[in-house]
Structure formats: C-alpha cells, structure tokens
Design a protein around this ligand. Structure first.
Ligand SMILES: [Zn+2]
Ligand SMILES: [Zn+2]
Length: 496
C-alpha cells in the first residue's frame, strides 16, 4: 500500500504509480477528535494503549480509515529515515546492521527496508504504518477480589509497603531481593492497590517460562480480575485486561498503556538488548506511572543509580524462611580441561560425585559450555547410569527438568540455563570450572541461590571447583555474605 495526501488527509492508493510508501511522506496529517462521531466501542477496546500493524486489527479497513478521518485513530511511520539513518518506530532500533531490504509487493519498491530487530512480531517496513487509538479512553471499573491470606516475612512486609508507596506516588523503585526471598508475594499489596484504583498494570519478564508460571498464580490471587498472559505463542494477545503478564518483546505492541510496570529479573537480559528493553518500557508506560524493578542481582548501572540517588531501592536481604543464604566454598581442581581430554575429571570432582550419590540428595553440576555436557555426563554415568545433561536448545529440556523435579535422577549436568527458576527442595550445587568468564558475579549468585530455598531444607552445599580464583567468584561470595550480615545485624538490633 502507498499513501497520498488528499483533502489534507492521508489516503491509501493501491497502485505503484501514485502516492508513496508512508515513510517517504514528510508529514502525517491528523484531524482533531470529532466528539459527535459515534465510534466503534469494539475497535476502541481492541486498540486503546496499543500500537499495531493493520494485520493485527481484525476490523474492515474502511472502518479503520473512517475512524482515522474522524480523529479516533492515528497513523505513524514504521521504519523511516531520520538524518539519513534508518529508524524503527516500533522497537527503537537504529543500528544499520539490523535493517535489510526486499523487493516489496505491497508498495512496489525494489528496496523496501524493514527492521530485523522486531521481525518476530511481524514485519515493519518503510511502507508499513503503525496504528494507534487517539479517541477517548473510557475505563470501566472492574471488581477486585483479593484472596491471598499468606503471611509476609518482616523483610517482605517492609518491601511490600515501599512498593505500594511507589505506586501511589508514581515513582521508580528497585526491589533487591535475595534468591528465595519470595519476591512475588511482595507485589500482591501493590497490585491490589493498583487494581482497586483502576490502574492498568504490566508485569514484564524476559522469559516465557516465568510468564507461564506467574499467570496461574496471580489468577488465583485475583480471581475476578482479567489477567492476560502475553508471550510468543499466546492466545490472549488481543484481549483487554487489567493486569498483563508479558515477555518484554510483547511490550512493543503497547503505547502509553500502563500506569504501573514491574520488570522482573531485569538483569537476566543480555547486555546487548538492554536498549530495546528500555525503549519498550518507556514506550509502553504512561507519562505519569510507576516503574518497579525486581532482582536478586542488580546490574552495575542499577546499583550506580541507587548510589547516586537517582533510583530508590529496598533490600530484602533474607529468605522468607528466615535461614541465612548458604555460602559457596572454593575448591581448586587443577587443569580440568586437560583431564577432560583424557575422558576423566579431576579426582576431587569424582569424589564429589560419589559423595552426592551416597547422600541421596539431588545436585546440580553447572559447566561452562554446552559442548562439554555430553562428555561430562558420560563420565558421571560410570557412577550412576541415570544422570542426565540439559542445555537451552535441548529438545527434551522441559521433560528432563520435569523428571529432575520429580526426583527421578540424582544429578543434572547443566549449562547456565538452570541458574534461575528451577527449584529443587533438597539439593546441592557444584560448578565445574567456575573461573570461566561465563560465570559472572550475578550468574554465580543465582546459581548459589538454587540451594536451601525451601523451609523444610533450608541448607545445602555449594562448591565452586576452579582452576584459579576469579574476581567474579570472590564478589559473588562477598555479595552473599553481605546479605547474611545485614540480616544478622537486623536480628541483633531487634534482640537488644
Ligand atoms: Zn523494529
Ligand atoms: Zn514496501
């Protein structure tokens, strides 16, 4: 499709000989909203707070166009040139290597440029307009039932109050909660306050498995609230909801939609997509809104913002069950790669495997690269043939993790993918080659956080087998000890 300007308004043309791809028009005229016009409520419900492709709006094109002429819908550029540089309006991408061109049947251009960065959400090119609602936004009040009757730990309760306060004041807040602090419960009061005050809320996380885990939990706590789970294959994509639980990619379909955005595990993003994330968040939140970050391992940038008082923070240094975090031990294991070439592992590690098998506890064995998993598994199986390995692209990943959860095998050899999310009540952890660069401070803190999470088994063993101590190892241990120190001091001051 191309557009031309007719009667001072955009008009679509369906010939390659007239008009231009939308990106080449120097302005996109917009009529003021006509109050008398009887607009479509369904279209409004579908579009409010969103920025969509035409293919994402299941209404006749004439209806959409008519709403545009009456000032209820706005058209925006998709991919366009700014100072001779390509820019994507949907995801904020401006990196030249993330654009490509194709011979486009829709606009007839031999080189129609499109954005590769957000292609998984449908192609946005120079001839693709983005549509948003510019009419009134009638909010309907939804009844709220809050059915949670659990009890918060002291640390959780303090953080919960701060979350409510940040929401009331439209502030930003970092909730720095140790692994196993029970951070989801910390949100309940704030979510309740938001819902009762007609605020639209988004809980965003980088990972689909977290969306799938959180959605049913929150549906139980707020049984009559419309809650929508958004991820790649989601069925609920176009359902209007009061509370969205979304992967960060799906946020790109929203525009000025949310009064409250909560970002879970903000540090789990690879550094390179930080910019896309920031763009998605600032695009999807309303000008007056609150922003809450949740994490056990804040990035350097977040910590710096806290130190410079640009960002408020609240710490939950202790776990919900009140026991201290298990502290990792370092064990030198020599040149384990050389041993691996001889199809064996250093003696200290073989001893650890034997001891684990005797203890009847389950254990994670983290390794630095996917390429050695199979070899390590083969060595381990000499001791117990049930031992399994798992990595991100493993086709049997879900099933293996489930079998490990069921207690069907004693040791899982894994890449860093299991550093978050998977909780095994009575387990130990070892890291092979903890000196590798992949084991950053935050990865090691998360890995250590696998242990002792349940109230029934609050302790456990963590060993970093290394061939040379690294700064990341030392920092990770210090991080954990400092959190324990804070709890100890808090407890002492209560006693005295
Ligand atoms: Zn894009
Ligand atoms: Zn095109």
């Amino acid at each position: 499709m191309r557009f031309t300007i007719y009667n001072k308004m955009l008009a679509p043309v369906f010939s390659y000989h007239e008009g231009l791809p939308i990106a080449h028009l120097s302005e996109l005229p917009q009529n003021p909203t006509e109050p008398q016009y009887s607009y479509s409520k369904q279209l409004q419900q579908h579009m409010v707070g969103k920025e969509l492709l035409i293919s994402e709006i299941p209404f006749p094109f004439e209806t959409i166009l008519e709403h545009y002429y009456h000032g209820y819908i706005q058209l925006n550029y998709g991919v366009f040139r700014k100072h001779n540089k390509l820019y994507c309006n949907r995801c904020g991408n401006d990196s030249p290597s993330l654009f490509a061109s194709f011979a486009c049947a829709r606009c007839g251009a031999a080189n129609c440029f499109y954005c590769r960065n957000c292609i998984m959400m449908g192609r946005v090119s120079e001839c693709t307009p983005l549509f948003s609602w510019s009419g009134p936004n009638d909010e309907e009040m939804e009844r709220v039932d809050f059915t949670w009757d659990g009890k918060l730990s002291k640390g959780q309760a303090a953080a919960s109050d701060r979350v409510v306060q940040a929401i009331k004041e439209n502030n930003q807040l970092l909730v720095w909660a140790v692994c196993g602090a029970g951070k989801t419960e910390v949100l309940f009061k704030g979510l309740e306050y938001g819902l009762r005050n007609q605020k639209r809320i988004c809980l965003a996380t980088p990972r689909t498995d977290v969306v799938l885990e959180l959605a049913p939990r929150l549906k139980k706590v707020f049984p009559v609230t419309t809650i929508s789970a958004l991820y790649g294959g989601s069925e609920e994509k176009h359902q209007r909801a009061s509370l969205y639980i979304s992967t960060t990619h799906q946020l790109l379909r929203f525009k000025e939609a949310f009064d409250i955005i909560i970002i879970d595990e903000v540090d789990a993003f690879p550094y390179s997509i930080d910019k896309s994330l920031q763009f998605a968040v600032s695009k999807s939140r309303k000008q007056t809104s609150s922003l809450i970050y949740l994490t056990a391992t804040p990035s350097k940038q977040l910590k710096r913002d806290v130190m410079q008082k640009k960002l408020e923070a609240v710490k939950i240094p202790g776990r919900f069950h009140g026991h201290p975090l298990p502290v990792p031990r370092f064990t030198w294991c020599g040149n384990w790669q050389k041993q691996l070439k001889k199809d064996t592992l250093p003696a200290v590690i073989l001893t650890w495997i034997k001891k684990q098998l005797e203890s009847k506890k389950q254990a994670f064995l983290f390794v630095p690269s996917v390429s050695i998993i199979e070899q390590v598994v083969t060595i381990c199986r000499k001791f117990d043939s049930r031992i399994e390995g798992v990595y991100a692209e493993d086709p049997a990943r879900k099933e293996k993790v489930q079998r490990f959860r069921n207690g069907e095998f004693p040791i899982i050899v894994t890449s860093t993918i299991l550093e978050r999310g998977v909780t095994i009540p009575n387990s130990d952890v070892a890291v092979l080659g903890s000196e590798d660069d992949i084991f950053t401070e935050s990865a090691l803190v998360q890995i250590s956080g696998r242990v002792g999470r349940s109230a029934a088994y609050p302790t456990g063993d963590i060993i970093f087998f290394h061939y040379g101590k690294t700064k990341a190892m030392v920092e990770a241990k210090k991080h954990i000890q400092q959190m324990n120190d804070i709890v100890r001091k808090m407890n002492n001051s209560v006693k005295n």
